[in-house]
Design a protein around this ligand. Structure first.
Ligand code: AMP
Length: 469
C-alpha cells in the first residue's frame, strides 16, 4: 500500500513525500479513505501510530474547496493539552504546505489578541483546547455554526482531565450535520457512550493496542532498597555514555522540582516540565529540549503525554507510574519511528502492586537489570537520610512556615508520600468540577500568562489566503 492509493490530492502527496514517509501506517491506511468519503470515524489509536496524519491529510483535501468567513472556522480539532494542540498545528503546516489553508491555534497561556486577529480574518482550521475555545466563544470572537468537520482527539484524556462538559457544550454549538472524527487511545464503555452522542453511523477503526507500541524499546527494571537510593541510582544511569538525552518521569509535580534541583546540583544539564508551569515557560523548555540545549527533561505525565520528539535515547521512570497505561505512554517517548530506545524504571519493594498492573497491561514482566556500584549508591542514600534527619532536627520548627522554594533543606530531603500524583489531581476533579464562570482554566488551571518573551516559530509562519473559487 502506498499513499498514492489512498485518494489524496497531488499537493498532499507531495507534502507527504517531503516528510519522508514512504508507506502509510495502519491507521492512515484505514482512516484516510473513510475520512475522504465524508464518513464519521470512531478510532481507537494513540499517539505514535501516525494518527495525526491520518486525520489531517484527508482534512486538507476536504477543506481545499470552500470559502472562509470571519470568525466562522470551517473545521475544528479539539485537543486535551496545549502541547498536543501545538503539535497538531505543526503537522498541519507540514502537510498543508502546498495547500492554501489558513489555521489558528487557540490554546491557553498565549495572548488573546493574536488569536483574535486570526479568527477575524477567517480560518479553515481551528485547533484548540476546550477551555480556551469556550473563552473565545464567550467573548463573541468565534462562532461554531460553520464547522463542517470536527475532530475530538484523545477523548479518553479529555475525560480524565474533566473536559467532557466543555466538549459537550462546544459540540452543542455546532451544526448537527457535520463530519465527526473521534479518537481515543482506549475504548471503554463510557467512551463508546460518549462517542454515540457525537457520531452518526461511524466507521470503526482500531489499530494495535498501546502495549505493542514499544517494540523497539529495551526495557529494564532497577530495584533499589529504598527511595533515598533512587537519586544516586538515577545519576549513575544518566552518566552512562549512551544516554544522549532523556525524559525522566515523576508521579508528582512537587517531585519534578525536587529532582530537577538535585540533578542541577550534581551538574546535570536538566530542565523540568509540569502542569504548574506557565505556557510560555513550557514551550520554551520543550524547544530547548528539542534543540539539545537541555539534555534531560524531568516531567510529569500530564505535561509530557503524547509529546512527539524523535531521537530521545532514554526514558527513566523515577517513579513507577500509578496508572499502568501511563507506563506505555511514558516509554513511548523513546524508540519513536522505529528507532532504538531505552526505558528504565526505578522501583522499591513498595511498588509491587503497580508493577503487577503494568505487567498485566504490557503482557510481560520488565526484565530486571543491575547497575554497578550499588554499595556506593547505598552509602550515598544513607548520607541523604542522615542529612535530612539533621536538617529536620535543626531546622524543623523554622521551616514550617516557609515555602518550599526558600527552604534550606538539602534537595535530597523529600517526603512526598502524602502528595497527590498529578494525574490523580485531575481524576479527582473529574465529576466535581465547580461550574466555571470563565472557561480559560483549561488543562491545568494555569493563569493566562501572555506570550512572554518566547514566540514558538510556527506562530510566526504566515498562512496563505485561500484562493477564491
Ligand atoms: P502521531 O501518532 O501522529 O503522533 O505520529 C507519530 C510520529 O510518526 C510522528 O513523528 C510522525 O511524523 C510520524 N509519522 C506519521 N506518519 C508516518 C508514516 N507514514 N511513516 C513514517 N512516519 C510517520
Amino acid at each position: 500500500m502506498t499513499f498514492a492509493n489512498l485518494g489524496l490530492s497531488p499537493e498532499v502527496l507531495k507534502a507527504v513525500e517531503d516528510s519522508g514517509y514512504n508507506t502509510p501506517t495502519p491507521i492512515q491506511e484505514k482512516a484516510i479513505p473513510v475520512v475522504l468519503m465524508g464518513r464519521d470515524v470512531l478510532g481507537t489509536a494513540q499517539t505514535g501510530t501516525g494518527k495525526t496524519a491520518g486525520f489531517t491529510l484527508p482534512m486538507i483535501d476536504i477543506l481545499a474547496s470552500g470559502q472562509t468567513k470571519a470568525r466562522m472556522p470551517r473545521s475544528l480539532i479539539l485537543e486535551p493539552t496545549r502541547e498536543l494542540a501545538a503539535q497538531v498545528s505543526e503537522n498541519f503546516e507540514k502537510y498543508g504546505k502546498y495547500s492554501k489553508l489558513s489555521m489558528a491555534l487557540l490554546i491557553g497561556g498565549v495572548s488573546f489578541a493574536d488569536q483574535e486577529a486570526k479568527l477575524d480574518k477567517g480560518v479553515d482550521v481551528l485547533i484548540a483546547t476546550p477551555g480556551r475555545l469556550l473563552d473565545h466563544f464567550e467573548r463573541g470572537k468565534v462562532l461554531l455554526n460553520g464547522v463542517k468537520t470536527l475532530v475530538i482527539d484523545e477523548a479518553d484524556r479529555m475525560m480524565d482531565m474533566g473536559f467532557i462538559p466543555d466538549v459537550e457544550r462546544i459540540v452543542s454549538l455546532m451544526p448537527p450535520i457535520r463530519q465527526t472524527l473521534f479518537f481515543s487511545a482506549t475504548m471503554s464503555k463510557d467512551m463508546r457512550k460518549l462517542a454515540d452522542q457525537f457520531l452518526m453511523n461511524p466507521k470503526e477503526i482500531e489499530v494495535e493496542a498501546p502495549s505493542s507500541a514499544a517494540l523497539t524499546v529495551t526495557q529494564g527494571l532497577v530495584t533499589v532498597n529504598n527511595k533515598n537510593e533512587k537519586r544516586p541510582a538515577l545519576r549513575k544511569m544518566l552518566a552512562e555514555e549512551n544516554v544522549k538525552n532523556s525524559f525522566i518521569f515523576c508521579n508528582r509535580k512537587k517531585d519534578v522540582d525536587i529532582l530537577l534541583g538535585s540533578l542541577t546540583k550534581h551538574k546535570f544539564n536538566a530542565g523540568a516540565l509540569h502542569g504548574d508551569m506557565s505556557q510560555s515557560h513550557r514551550m520554551e523548555t520543550l524547544e530547548k529540549f528539542k534543540s539539545g540545549e537541555i539534555r534531560h527533561l524531568v516531567c510529569s505525565d500530564v505535561a509530557a503525554r503524547g509529546i512527539d520528539i524523535s531521537n530521545v535515547s532514554h526514558v527513566f521512570n523515577f517513579d513507577v507510574p500509578i496508572h499502568s497505561e501511563d507506563y506505555v505512554h511514558r516509554i513511548g517517548r523513546t524508540g519513536r519511528a522505529g528507532q532504538e530506545g531505552h526505558a528504565f524504571t526505578l522501583a522499591t519493594k513498595m511498588d509491587k502492586k503497580y508493577l503487577a498492573a503494568i505487567y498485566k497491561t504490557i503482557g510481560r514482566e520488565i526484565p530486571a537489570i543491575e547497575i554497578d556500584g550499588m554499595d556506593e549508591i547505598a552509602e550515598e542514600a544513607r548520607e541523604i537520610e542522615s542529612r535530612s534527619k539533621r536538617v529536620s532536627k535543626d531546622d524543623g520548627p523554622k521551616r514550617r512556615g516557609r515555602g518550599r522554594q526558600q527552604s534550606n533543606a538539602p534537595v535530597e530531603k523529600t517526603d512526598s508520600a502524602n502528595a497527590k500524583p498529578e494525574n490523580d489531581d485531575w481524576k479527582s476533579k473529574k465529576n466535581t468540577r465547580p461550574k466555571r464562570s470563565r472557561y480559560s482554566k483549561d488543562e491545568d488551571d494555569v493563569p493566562v500568562m501572555g506570550l512572554g518573551e518566547h514566540v514558538p516559530a510556527f506562530f510566526n509562519i504566515p498562512f496563505r489566503k485561500p484562493a477564491t473559487k
